[in-house]
Design a protein around this ligand. Structure first.
Ligand code: HEM
Length: 148
């Protein structure tokens, strides 16, 4: 009986969680694609000009930054619950695998987050939502880190 109640509770919690996500996906909370577009433009503008982020920027050497920015915008659209633009154009993001060719340590990860924090501050995104995003980005920087 207890087990049944336990599972019923779990299913209810899962459904509530799912409903909340459907009701207010991050994509909507952020302000949809126009905000993602500005956020990523600011992010790469900061990364390419702020000396604090030079190691992170250096990993992009030889890359067309406009293309890198477009990929990040497309990824963020789908990842936040909006249109799956990255998936449609490039397939599954496989973020860990796609970052393998670049030297990414804790330093590069911190610099990536530094640029994103600055770009978020320039965005119209609600401060609580900015924090939520930063926590999630922190998780991805750990995922793509491939050396100390
Ligand atoms: C930890 C620090 C990070 C560094 C140094 C880094 C560096 C890079 C570099 C050099 C590229 C290749 C750019 C290109 O192909 O034009 C790239 C691609 C990409 N990065 Fe990162 N990245 C980092 C973290 C992240 C995070 C946190 C995200 C997601 C929130 C992300 C999402 C992407 C995406 C979607 C691509 C495109 C992948 C592809 O199609 O090849 N990266 N990154």
């Amino acid at each position: 009986m207890n087990i049944l109640r336990h599972f019923a509770k779990k299913i209810l919690a899962f459904k509530t969680d799912l409903f909340r996500r459907l009701e207010k996906p991050m994509y909507k909370k952020m302000g949809e694609f126009k905000v993602i577009d500005k956020l990523v433009n600011d992010f790469y503008e900061i990364m390419s000009t702020d000396p604090v982020a030079e190691d992170c920027f250096a990993t992009h050497s030889g890359k067309d930054i406009r293309e890198s920015a477009e990929k990040l915008k497309y990824f963020l659209s789908g990842w936040t619950g909006g249109p799956q633009m990255y998936l449609e154009k490039y397939g599954h993001p496989r973020l860990r695998g796609r970052h393998f060719p670049f030297k990414i340590g804790a330093k590069e990860g911190d610099q990536w987050l530094y640029c994103m924090r600055k770009a978020l501050l320039k965005s119209p995104i609600d401060p609580g939502v900015q924090e939520e995003l930063l926590r999630a980005f922190e998780g991805i920087t750990k995922l793509v880190q491939n050396q100390d």
